[in-house]
Ligand binder design. Structure first.
Ligand SMILES: *[C@@H]1O[C@H](CO)[C@@H](O)[C@H](O)[C@H]1NC(C)=O
Ligand SMILES: *[C@@H]1O[C@H](CO)[C@@H](O)[C@H](O)[C@H]1NC(C)=O
Ligand SMILES: *[C@@H]1O[C@H](CO)[C@@H](O)[C@H](O)[C@H]1NC(C)=O
Ligand SMILES: *[C@@H]1O[C@H](CO)[C@@H](O)[C@H](O)[C@H]1NC(C)=O
Ligand SMILES: *[C@@H]1O[C@H](CO)[C@@H](O)[C@H](O)[C@H]1NC(C)=O
Ligand SMILES: *[C@@H]1O[C@H](CO)[C@@H](O)[C@H](O)[C@H]1NC(C)=O
Ligand SMILES: *[C@@H]1O[C@H](CO)[C@@H](O)[C@H](O)[C@H]1NC(C)=O
Length: 385
């Protein structure tokens, strides 16, 4: 109210919106790198988005590029990861969000609003590790999503409180039983990204000789599913985001069902992590504000563990006491696949990537916020949220 009243007066509005704000509210059109020199807006070709330290560290001390040549402190980043890191020429940058949906949304929203960067032609490469559905893929695989579903955005009952005729305690908003399309829609349920770009990313990633280990091989052999027992590969399949780090066959099945339901049968539940829907919401809003381009997003996850146990092992035993061996090769494969994608985009910048990869599928959210008509959900009717 106070600001609105002030803005009614042209002279004061100019002062408020101009460059004369005191102290920390100073609009930032340029940033300083760590040696204090002033630099213009950085216009990265690729921005790597990692979620925690092990995923970020595999991109340091590598022959291809040096992300630690320029550090840019971004107001609003995580206290643990206050800087964006870039190559000296600004072509490749990286940030670390911190884990979970809140960290992810807060960090990426801070990035897109920082005038230190011009991100309108930047490709965002989400590069993190994930749980994997053994019906679809295996540990150490590289998974590329077209759909990202916020699977736990539902009512939740403890199964012991709801009655034995329910197969899950998760019930879509506005409904009284599972399996019915929610009628109360928040807007972050589903994101769909550029499938044509995803196909190119997959081609690049397939050039990588993926890492694997004997421990990972030993654990995946316990599953009675071909997708799980085969060696690591590059797979097109969809992502689930949940702040709750769930595990076990029943929750995994419930969220696989929800993924199918919410995308009208199109998506295949495969990777599970805690950030991607949040990142995509921030990038979607930024696209609406013409700050980024939603058609330039790649959602890559490598599989570090299975979302459910193999036969004969309890969920609890599987989760806490068994080592699936997926962590080391999954982190390694982020780098091995990631460098192919980054190199591929950079190498074909002129002529191909600079002008963008035109999507042939719908891209955006369930509301159609950035145009087009969603190929899932109840658009244009959303009921009473
Ligand atoms: C950047 O550095 C210059 C010179 O060192 C300084 O005057 C300016 O206040 C700094 N700007 C920001 C946004 O930190
Ligand atoms: C600061 O770093 C930039 C590259 O980021 C370089 O061009 C510049 O020369 C450096 N300035 C000083 C004073 O070292
Ligand atoms: C950037 O920060 C990293 C630590 O995060 C440090 O190792 C590196 O030297 C810094 N780079 C510059 C140019 O100060
Ligand atoms: C379970 O039974 C209750 C009580 O009869 C009923 O209200 C509910 O809809 C049933 N749930 C399912 C999933 O059929
Ligand atoms: C996987 O990576 C580890 C650690 O970098 C290395 O020791 C091992 O030889 C690699 N294995 C394969 C199959 O690439
Ligand atoms: C998932 O859907 C299948 C098929 O409708 C059903 O049999 C299964 O019980 C569901 N899983 C859960 C946990 O609700
Ligand atoms: C998706 O499924 C819901 C529920 O069955 C339906 O109301 C909606 O029209 C479907 N949307 C599309 C795009 O097919």
């Amino acid at each position: 109210m106070y600001l609105k009243a002030l803005l009614g007066c042209p002279l004061i509005a100019a002062t408020v919106l101009g460059t004369t704000l005191p102290g920390k509210l100073q609009p930032r059109h340029y940033s300083n790198d760590t040696n204090g020199s002033q630099v213009g807006p950085i216009k990265p070709k690729v921005f790597l988005i990692n979620l925690f330290t092990p995923e970020a560290a595999v991109f340091y001390n590598i022959p291809e590029f040096n992300l630690l040549e320029r550090n840019i402190t971004v107001p609003g980043f995580s206290p643990k990861f206050p800087d964006a890191h870039c190559t000296a020429n600004g072509d490749i940058c990286q940030l670390v969000t911190g884990e979970g949906e809140i960290n992810a949304a807060a960090t990426v929203s801070s990035l897109v609003l920082d005038r230190a960067f011009d991100l309108r032609s930047t490709y965002f490469l989400i590069a993190g590790i994930a749980g994997v559905n053994p019906e679809v893929a295996t540990t150490a695989s590289v998974l590329f999503a077209r759909f990202e579903v916020q699977v736990a955005l539902q009512y939740e009952f403890d199964i012991r409180d709801i009655g034995s005729n329910f197969s899950t305690g998760y019930i879509p908003y506005g409904r009284k039983v599972p399996g019915e399309y929610p009628t109360a829609i928040y807007g972050t349920e589903v994101f769909e990204v550029n499938d044509a770009l995803r196909s190119l990313a997959i081609l690049f990633a397939k050039k990588a000789q993926l890492n694997d280990t004997a421990i990972a091989q030993g654990y995946r052999a316990k599953y009675a599913l071909t997708a799980a027992t085969s060696g690591p590969s590059v797979v097109a399949c969809d992502g689930a985001t949940s702040d709750v780090y769930y595990t076990g066959s029943i929750l995994s099945s419930a969220f696989a069902n929800f993924t199918k339901l919410i995308t009208n049968g199109t998506a295949t539940y495969c990777s599970t992590a805690q950030e991607d829907s949040a990142i995509l919401e921030s990038l979607l809003r930024a696209t609406k504000a013409n700050l980024v381009d939603f058609s330039r997003i790649i959602v890559m996850r490598t599989a570090s563990n299975f979302d459910r146990p193999p036969p004969e092992i309890s969920a609890y035993e599987h989760f806490f006491y068994r080592n699936s061996g997926g962590f080391d090769p999954s982190v390694r494969n982020l780098y091995l696949a990631g460098r192919e994608i980054i190199g591929g985009i950079g190498g074909q910048w002129e002529g191909t990537f600079a002008k963008g990869i035109k999507p042939t599928n719908y891209i955006g959210d369930i509301f159609g916020s950035i145009g087009g008509t969603p190929d899932f959900g109840p658009y244009p009717y959303f009921g009473e949220a």
